[in-house]
Design a protein around this ligand. Structure first.
Ligand code: ATP
Length: 511
């Protein structure tokens, strides 16, 4: 299956099985805005909970926060977002479509990477077990040329982005003969900067004032730095974490929930002593990759990508990228933000945002290392990584979401074999016993085979079937989602079995 086909399948699976729906669909939808359905909300909550538990509960020196979406507009002036939070955009004059200039160029590089992958695939087939990837990548003339071309483009783009040279970006697009994916033409406008913040009005006694919808959750943490530090008696190094909605007027919103106008971030700002920030940056860079590995994501599908252009606030930055069906793309960013944010808020608010170090008897503005992950992109990653089609012995294909059991929307499906003879009563009793501790699914309709398939498709790790034997010996058939293995187990043992299998500890221990 091509990447495009795989991605289409994921999108339609998300809709068909109640994970994600286009927003306001009965009114033809709203571009790049999505709603999470009955199964999606469970999975999203579980992913958020995993992040929160691993970030806040597992660290003595990290605490949580839930700051408001609306903030004093001066916050965004101080943070640099009013003046600098923009993307370089270019329009195609024929299709009238607008693109991010750097993304057009990255997509072009992605095509070259795909060519390298194709060569590697062919060589693997040709050389079999003797194939040496490293040697091939460094000696095959065609592949070396492709790699050099990617590097050359990188370096021109880096220079153009760093110096804000929009003409240089345009020239690169022209030189690479990049065409509009819709019209196929090279009829481009100049490259221009567009601010990504949404604004709205708030009524006040002295009239209306303009507000912004926050484009990141981080600023809510910075402005509360001293509140949390003082009230929590926090000692540096310490972190403040929060999850919540962020809004960006992404002109080129596409790729499903990858780039939305309203999305959710999970961010942690770690406050450190100046001079130690790069050590902590390395620590968090490694720690966050370990976290992704703990979720079971294949290591070859994850990689670091150092930033070409450092944001105005950063002295080091890296992305963790995942190999989506449309190529490697950012899921999480780790940034060493220096004292930029606290320093700016100090300057704009006129309030001291300093920490008194009792060991050195010194006051200083702490440096910050940030980890910032998009919950929706993590959701998409989980779908791409775990949704598989498996051929069965009878020639049929089953679609299974092989998600970690702890994260699954439902932990167990309770299925009476038939809708009579006392079986539903036993099943209901099991449901009523388990529902306090686990999200359970109850279903009586359809053949047991069809019911199993539906549970596979939404990732339910265990199904229990109540049959006539259950009346005799108080046992049920337990079916494993991944192996489809079935075994008999006493109803009385079910609770402790499920507790063991879906314990958060199973996941958290690996972080
Ligand atoms: P990109 O380069 O893809 O636009 P970014 O570098 O602007 O992303 P950050 O500002 O670092 O993103 O935000 C942190 C995280 O928030 C990203 O790693 C991503 O997972 C998520 N994110 C950012 N923008 C969006 C969006 N429009 N839709 C969904 N998730 C997003």
């Amino acid at each position: 299956m091509s990447g495009e086909e795989q991605f289409k399948k994921i999108i339609s699976h998300c809709k068909e099985y109640g994970f994600i729906f286009p927003s306001s669909e009965i009114y033809e939808g709203l571009a790049a805005v999505y709603d999470y359905g009955q199964n999606g909300v469970e999975l999203k909550n579980n992913l958020r909970q995993f992040w929160w538990k691993s970030m806040v509960q597992m660290h003595q020196n990290i605490v949580g926060l839930d700051s408001a979406i609306f903030m004093q507009p001066k916050v965004w002036k101080a943070s640099g977002h009013v003046d600098g939070f923009s993307d370089p955009m270019i329009d195609n004059k024929d299709s009238k479509k607008r693109y991010r200039a750097d993304v057009l160029i990255e997509d072009y590089q992605g095509k070259i990477t795909a060519k390298i992958d194709k060569e590697v695939g062919k060589a693997k087939d040709r050389f079999g077990v003797t194939f040496n990837l490293n040697e091939f990548l460094t000696t095959n003339e065609r592949v070396v040329n492709y790699s050099n071309e990617i590097l050359r483009i990188d370096s021109i783009m880096k220079e153009a982005l760093e110096s804000g040279d929009l003409q240089k970006l345009k020239s690169l697009i022209e030189e690479l003969e990049i065409v509009c994916p819709i019209s196929g033409s090279k009829n481009w406008t100049e490259v221009r900067q567009f601010n990504l913040m949404y604004s709205t009005q708030m009524s006040a006694t002295d009239g209306e004032s303009e507000l912004y919808l926050r484009p990141e959750t981080a600023q809510g943490i910075f402005v509360n730095f001293l509140n949390v530090q003082k009230s929590g008696r926090m000692k540096i190094p310490f972190g403040i974490a929060q999850t919540g909605k962020a809004f960006r007027n992404e002109i080129v919103a596409r790729q499903f929930i990858m780039r939305m106008k309203e999305f959710e971030q999970m961010e942690m700002q770690f406050f450190v002593k100046p001079g130690t920030e790069l050590q902590w940056y390395t620590y968090w860079k490694q720690n966050r990759m370990k976290w992704h590995n703990a979720l079971g994501t294949h290591t070859e599908n994850l990689k670091y990508h150092d930033h070409l252009k450092l944001a105005h606030y950063a002295n080091a930055a890296v992305d963790i990228e995942y190999k989506f069906p449309f190529g490697f793309k950012e899921v999480e960013g780790i940034h060493s933000r220096t004292d930029f944010d606290l320093g700016k808020h100090q300057e704009f608010s006129g309030k001291k945002l300093q920490y008194f170090d009792t060991e050195t008897n010194q006051n200083y503005v702490p440096y910050v290392v940030e980890t910032s992950i998009g919950l929706d992109r993590l959701f998409l990653l989980q779908m791409c990584e775990n949704l598989v089609d498996e051929p069965l012995e009878n020639g049929e294909i089953r679609t299974v979401l092989k998600i970690n059991p702890v994260l699954a929307p439902y932990k167990i499906a309770i299925l009476p074999l038939v809708k009579k003879d006392g079986l539903p009563e036993i099943a209901e009793k099991i449901y009523n016993d388990l529902k306090f501790d686990f999200n359970c699914f109850y279903e009586e309709k359809d053949t047991i085979g069809k019911r199993y398939r539906r549970q596979d498709a939404i990732g339910t790790p265990f199904c229990v079937t109540i049959d006539y034997e259950s009346i005799e010996d108080a046992s049920i058939t337990l079916r494993y989602r991944d192996s489809m293995e079935q075994k008999r187990i006493k109803i009385a043992e079910l609770h402790s079995f499920i507790s063991k299998e879906i314990n958060w500890k199973n996941l958290l221990e690996k972080v």
